[in-house]
Write a protein that binds this ligand. Structure first.
Ligand SMILES: Nc1ncnc2c1ncn2[C@@H]1O[C@H](COP(=O)(O)OP(=O)(O)OP(=O)(O)O)[C@@H](O)[C@H]1O
Ligand SMILES: [Mg+2]
Length: 350
């Protein structure tokens, strides 16, 4: 077996190269990794990579449609470009709530303003800075400043502990003690009780299995021993060693390498083409080959019942107005010109 793993990344430090080196050092079954070079591509063209790790499509738009096209040819993309394109925080909170993961009470607020002459379907969800609101005046001020941005209003959790968990391949979890004010990861192997640790592992896995992410971090604010999922939409988690500490950096490189190799060996298609083709066949209209004359012969004869002898003269009724049957004009085939990407939902830069 031979399979190539491609990594696409921007300028983000050593992680992408460390990942490539680690996969190659593991020397597994003809599996190799490289920094992917992606040329301009014709539609439905095959992709040379069995797995692609995407660290950049949230900032360079070209890659998202390219990766969806690659998925069509059977490439396993980390993270799934179909999921990522449709993601938003509010949906994620609702989904988590339905799955029994504790989240703060959250509402989505209609935008304060809309761009002039922009039809509503062009409005997309935008990242918004988090503001802590203490009074109604704070709330109104924030709302008035929000302009066209879409705001989520959420209950503040006065946490006594904060955890950021790396979750890779929907199976490897590393819950790390995190200091949100200092935006710092803290190496501490004793920061969770057994019970809290298990609950966080379970919730973090569940969210990623449902959201379909293979490379993500999930944040929990812990209050009175209960973990509230705060942010679980970080599909390009910061992986700089100076931020996540050398200890967790090593864990991240090792486990992402394992995930890539596992998908190179057994990755399933995000967008399986064969079932789609079968579905197309079952949907295709059946040809009527039976000529009209045969139909006329085969049609069962309907014998009208014999009229009963009338005893009384029938009451006279007003004739109902006859409605004309509508004959629809045959549809003309037209061709249209359209932009390559009809709408791209912007993802947040991590
Ligand atoms: N409901 C909440 N209760 C308590 N703290 C919160 C809450 N929501 C957000 N925070 C704090 O604000 C920080 C940023 O929130 P969040 O991660 O949801 O926003 P973000 O847009 O992803 O921003 P960032 O890129 O900084 O992570 C969190 O790490 C947390 O410290
Ligand atoms: Mg966040």
């Amino acid at each position: 077996m031979s399979a190539k793993i491609g990594v696409i990344a921007g300028k983000e430090g050593p992680f992408p190269f460390a990942l490539i080196d680690r996969i190659n050092e593991m020397k597994v079954d003809g599996i190799t990794a490289e920094y992917a070079k992606i040329p301009d591509t014709r539609m439905a063209e095959p992709c040379p990579y069995r797995v692609i790790v995407d660290r950049v499509s949230h900032v360079i738009e070209f890659f998202r449609p390219y990766l969806k096209n690659a998925a069509l040819s059977g490439t396993y993309v980390i993270n799934n470009p179909f999921w990522w394109s449709t993601d938003d925080k509010f949906f994620n909170y609702s989904l988590a709530d339905k799955m029994g993961v504790r989240v703060p009470k959250t509402v989505i607020v209609p935008s304060k303003a809309y761009p002039k002459d922009t039809p509503p379907e062009r409005l997309s969800s935008l990242a918004f800075p988090v503001t802590i609101l203490k009074t109604w005046a704070d709330l109104w001020a924030a709302y008035h400043e929000s302009g066209e941005r879409v705001m989520v209003l959420q209950e503040y959790i006065p946490y006594d502990h904060y955890v950021r968990a790396f979750v890779f391949g929907k199976k490897y979890v590393m819950p790390v003690r995190y200091d949100p004010e200092g935006r710092q990861y803290v190496v501490d192997h004793q920061h969770l009780s057994k019970e809290l640790g298990e609950r966080i592992m379970r919730d973090a896995l569940l969210l990623n299995q449902i959201l379909g992410y293979d490379m993500n971090t999930v944040e929990f604010a812990v209050k009175d021993g209960v973990p509230y999922a705060i942010d679980f939409l970080n599909p390009v988690p910061d992986s700089r060693p100076e931020v996540i500490t050398p200890f967790y950096y090593e864990w991240v490189v090792e486990h992402m390498a394992k995930v890539c190799i596992e998908y190179a060996q057994n990755g399933h298609a995000h967008m399986p083409v064969e079932p789609l083709r079968k579905m197309k066949e079952s949907l295709a209209p059946r040809k009527t080959e039976t000529p009209a004359a045969t139909l006329a012969v085969e049609r069962p004869k309907v014998v009208p019942p014999a009229p009963e002898p009338r005893k009384k003269a029938p009451e006279t009724r007003k004739a109902e107005p006859q409605t004309k049957s509508k004959t629809s004009a045959p549809k003309k085939k037209t061709t249209t010109a359209k932009p390559a990407a009809s709408k791209t939902v912007k993802s947040k830069k991590k």
